[in-house]
Design a protein around this ligand. Structure first.
Ligand SMILES: C[S@@+](CC[C@H](N)C(=O)[O-])C[C@H]1O[C@@H](n2cnc3c(N)ncnc32)[C@H](O)[C@@H]1O
Length: 263
């Protein structure tokens, strides 16, 4: 089930949305950041949905120190009902699949605080390359001295589970998409992706190599059900030369890109 279907799909699909509050997010970032001291740190969970990071932190993050900013109004309402002491910010920015009615290029609101940690799990896997660069720059400016920004990305050519699945991450995604589109030419698309520095998959069927898709000339509709972007480690390192990039941990397919502000 694609995450976005849980919000924009049928009533039945939406009923499954609590599954999005994934409890493994905290363990993932805790390990990627070398088990930092979370106590008293203001944490921004950018694109944090209903707050799985907070839920899974087993009180290492206090609700009053937790800020979640997401384009999904409904997720903010649901998160707030579970953790009213935490801060839930509806960031009404356009996203072709999660918030197609949102405002294009809306800047991240001032939350009146600098953050010790800013985390974004599987957010820039659903935005254009330019948006990722722009939003990462804005987020960096919200770090407190000594703070860390960590966000995840998926390398299309990386084999995450070599012992049980020999395909790469893109193949895995295409195989999921084929459940909805049985005629999908997976081998053809993989051939196209060979050697790509990055690529974008629109609605699980259209692959754009080294490009976002035709968003600018509107050849592709401005809404889509799913939008998945993949970057190689080498490409992302070139985009963010000062970042440290770490391989996936805990059996997850996401690499982690970490940018620190000097203390
Ligand atoms: C795949 S979900 C991941 C949710 C959560 N981080 C997690 O790990 O469970 C992607 C989330 O990013 C949010 N999102 C997409 N574009 C965004 C943007 N420009 N700013 C903030 N959130 C965004 C979506 O609404 C959605 O909640």
């Amino acid at each position: 089930m694609e995450e976005v279907h849980l919000w924009r799909g049928s009533a039945e699909q939406r009923a499954l949305r609590s599954r999005l509050g994934n409890l493994s997010r905290f363990a993932y970032f805790n390990r990627q950041l070398d088990y930092p001291d979370w106590s008293g740190q203001a944490v921004l969970d950018f694109g944090g949905n209903i707050g799985g990071l907070l839920r899974g932190s087993n009180r290492a993050i206090r609700p009053e120190d937790y800020y979640c900013a997401d384009v999904l109004q409904e997720a903010m309402t649901e998160g707030r009902s579970s953790f009213p002491q935490a801060h839930w910010i509806h960031f009404n920015r356009y996203n072709c699949s999660f918030n197609p009615e949102g405002v294009k290029d809306l800047p991240i609101p001032d939350m009146g605080i600098e953050f010790g940690m800013i985390l974004a799990y599987s957010v820039f896997t659903h935005t254009t390359r330019e948006e990722m660069k722009e939003l990462v720059e804005q987020l960096q400016a919200r770090l407190a001295p000594g703070g860390a920004l960590a966000f995840t990305f998926i390398d299309p050519h990386y084999t995450t589970w070599p012992e049980t699945y020999q395909g790469n991450n893109l193949k895995w995604r295409l195989e999921r998409a084929r459940q909805l589109n049985p005629n999908l030419d997976i081998d053809g698309l993989l051939e196209q992706s060979r050697g790509a520095a990055w690529c974008a998959l629109v609605d699980g069927t259209e692959l754009f190599v080294n490009g976002n898709g035709e968003w600018n000339n509107k050849a592709v509709a401005q809404t889509c059900i799913t939008y998945n972007v993949f970057y190689t480690v080498e490409f992302l390192q070139r985009e963010f030369p000062l970042a440290t990039i770490r391989p996936p941990v805990n059996g997850e397919m996401h690499h982690c890109c970490i940018i620190r502000r000097q203390g």
